[in-house]
Design a protein around this ligand. Structure first.
Ligand code: ASP
Length: 437
């Protein structure tokens, strides 16, 4: 049996948490391939090593030297090595790293060194082989993960290696330079290693006991989701549930490797099991989770007889494409089409230009812009076979006096997405949680 374990930043934050990581690994000989993050926060206002490394990159750009911030990083790693009682010449590795960052023009290279050093130390502490992610994770010329190449590299490199520690978050691009995933990307590395080694289980160890039904900052003590399907997690992660990187699902999904979200500081908790549809053990829950994001803009385009005008939607969307914008949702009516976009993309005059160009291109009767909208997804594959789910949801919102600005139910019937004013966001999530729990 092979288990791949990924430990996040809080699990790697100091010597105590790394000792806890070792206890977890020692407790199960199947935990063979360990992927680690850079040391994260030890307390609320602490600064993550990765953030500090981005500062190093900026220092080099401005002053030519990263010394000021690198000294803080240096101290943190030296303290970890000392507190773990390791006989490791970390100073010379740190000297070399500082020099490399000073001589590099890449933010990705600087940022990747947190995971590199974290894995290097953890490998020594566990007595496992250190395998650099640069050897096994490869990106293509579009900056996307080259899954096939990476798959081969992972399986060839780890074949015959019984136990290894691998840094998360980065790999190499097609030109051989270090490139990182987006923030939180060590989750993706864990998933890639699980896939390449044909693991039986991917354990993702973090500082919470699994996915919660909704954000605990909005609802007190929401329930933990015991099991959830890959697709449901994709929806929730995409909509802002931050436990697992949204791109960490796809590599294991094709190989049907389950993911178990576990808590390093409460290893006895069962956590959340993420499984393929047919491994989901049916229970009575109608909805699995609720997640949402604030700050969207709706462009409501109205034109009478729109439905009879061939190419109308295509022409609107080609204007949107021309501005390089990602469309979040596209609900439509007989004479109306709404385009929902992340507001951030529309700053610096983009919104005005976009609306003018749509007016010129499709000559609508009316374009109405609604800003400050939140999208909230209520996710659950149980909804499809249960009449009355929408009624429960909308009744709850009506009772809470919330005005719904948009409704979109995907054809998979896996979720119902609604748009409400930003000011109603928290109230809305609370009302939905209460209605289903
Ligand atoms: N250290 C990186 C970050 O802070 C990647 C990770 O932890 O997954 O985003």
């Amino acid at each position: 049996m092979i288990k791949v374990c990924k430990f996040g930043g809080t699990s790697m934050a100091d010597a105590n948490s790394i000792r806890q990581v070792k206890a977890i690994i020692d407790a199960d000989k199947d935990r063979k391939y360990i992927v680690v993050s850079a040391p994260g926060k030890r307390f609320k206002d602490d600064i993550k090593i990765t953030d500090m490394l981005y500062r190093c990159y900026n220092d080099v750009k401005i002053t030519g030297s990263c010394k000021v911030h690198f000294d803080i990083i240096r101290k943190r790693f030296i303290d970890i090595v000392k507190d773990l009682g390791l006989d490791l010449d970390i100073e010379s590795v740190l000297d070399k790293t500082e020099e490399q960052i000073n001589n590099s023009t890449s933010p990705d290279f600087a940022a990747s060194r947190g995971e590199y050093l974290s894995a290097y130390i953890t490998a020594a502490f566990l007595g496992f082989e250190f395998v650099d992610a640069a050897e096994i994770v490869r990106f293509d010329s579009h900056g996307k993960l080259n899954q096939d190449y990476t798959d081969d590299k992972v399986s060839n490199r780890l074949n015959g290696v019984e136990y290894a520690v691998i840094p998360g978050f980065y790999g190499k691009n097609f030109q051989g330079e270090i490139k990182t995933f987006s923030r939180g990307g060590s989750d993706i590395t864990g998933s890639i290693v699980a896939r390449g080694t044909k693991a039986d289980l991917y354990e993702n160890w973090t500082d919470v006991s699994g996915f919660l039904v909704c954000d605990p900052r909005i609802v007190d003590n929401p329930k933990v989701i015991k099991q959830i399907t890959y697709k449901e997690v994709r929806e929730l992660s995409y909509m802002g549930a931050s436990v697992l990187h949204a791109e960490a699902i796809s590599p294991v999904m094709k190989r049907r490797i389950p993911i178990n979200i576990k808590n390093t500081f409460r290893p006895e908790d069962k956590g959340t099991m993420i499984v393929p549809n047919d491994q989901y053990v049916n229970d009575d829950s109608v909805i699995t989770g609720i997640a949402g994001k604030k700050n969207f803009t709706v462009l409501l385009i109205e034109k009478s007889m729109m439905n009879a005008e061939v190419g109308f939607i295509r022409r609107v969307l080609s204007v949107v494409e021309h501005y390089g914008l990602c469309v979040e949702h596209l609900p439509s009516g007989i004479d109306t089409l709404s385009i929902i976009l992340e507001s951030e993309q529309l700053s610096n005059g983009v919104l005005n230009d976009l609306v003018s160009e749509i007016r010129e291109n499709v000559n609508p009767d009316f374009v109405h812009v609604i800003e400050n909208i939140s999208l909230i997804a209520t996710v659950g594959h149980g909804m499809a076979r249960r009449p009355g789910t929408a009624a429960t949801l909308f009744t709850a919102l009506a009772n809470a006096n919330i005005n719904i600005r948009m409704i979109d139910q995907g054809s998979s019937e896996l979720n119902i997405i609604i748009g409400v004013a930003n000011t109603d966001y928290e109230k809305c999530i609370k009302a939905i949680y209460d209605a289903f729990n």
